[in-house]
Design a protein around this ligand. Sequence first.
Ligand code: G4P
Length: 283
Amino acid sequence: MEEKNLQWFPGHMKKAQHLIEENLRLVDLVIELLDARIPASSQNPLLREILGDKPRLIVLNKADLADKKSLDAWLKNFRDENIPAVAVDAVKGTGLKTLITLAKSLAAPKTNKFARAGAKPRSARLMIVGIPNVGKSSLINRLAGANHVKIENKPGVTRAKQWIKIADGLDLLDMPGILWPKFDDAQVALKLSWTYAISDEIHDLEPTVCKLLETLTEKFPAGLLERYKLENLPADSHELLNLIGRKRGCLVKGGEIDTEKVLRLVLTEFRAGKLGRVTLDEP
Ligand code: G4P
């Protein structure tokens, strides 16, 4: 996607914020989409400020890739803080019924208000916001399903807004709000690179992948052992890279390891969940 290659300069951030603020005026409820593998690192702290008192529903996407125990702990953590939260898989569609039920109940005060005021009843409106690659488009498409039709064009704005009816009394803005990832903290930036919220072009592959291997070796060794059919994991990540390279035939002429190839292989397999279910932030 284009946005993956977007480097976030202050000008971009201002523009993104402005776009979200503009759309915010049109909606009753906001879905803050987070990556279930990094529920803390995939947040943008400024969002709270931008949202003000607008109701917010936290949706932990890519739940299929996250460690199950950690996922439950995160959901409990949000609920303990009275923040509505739900885990979903936007590709398979898991959790979407709960999402819709929660969204409806959060929007109810607003819809009831219309009814009380005797106004022409209208559906509650919501929008999805999140950092790049967190699954915003996938979730919109999945929620839209067969209803992916233009149901209203709102006059008076430069660009017509498209709304999708996703349930009775619930319309979704067909355009997500793109938040910039917070990359000022080195640990957070690493997690964002591993999960591809930050483009591969703006960091050095080797240290990034070596740190990923060190983290997985420490916290989630089983996935590595199984995927690469290893009996044990060397403490040194370069040694581990060599082992993986040999196992997977990432070699150049003369039998040397093709480092670039094995680095990319590990990253791709991690992102696809082939190294096991992993959560990298603790509540
Ligand atoms: P964005 O709009 O927020 O930038 O994210 P987008 O929907 O484009 O999703 C980014 C990638 O994450 C896509 O993979 C998408 O398939 C994947 N994805 C989204 N939701 C989930 C989920 O719940 N579980 C899993 N496992 N993956 C998810 P891609 O490799 O970029 O594209 P493709 O696989 O669709 O070809």
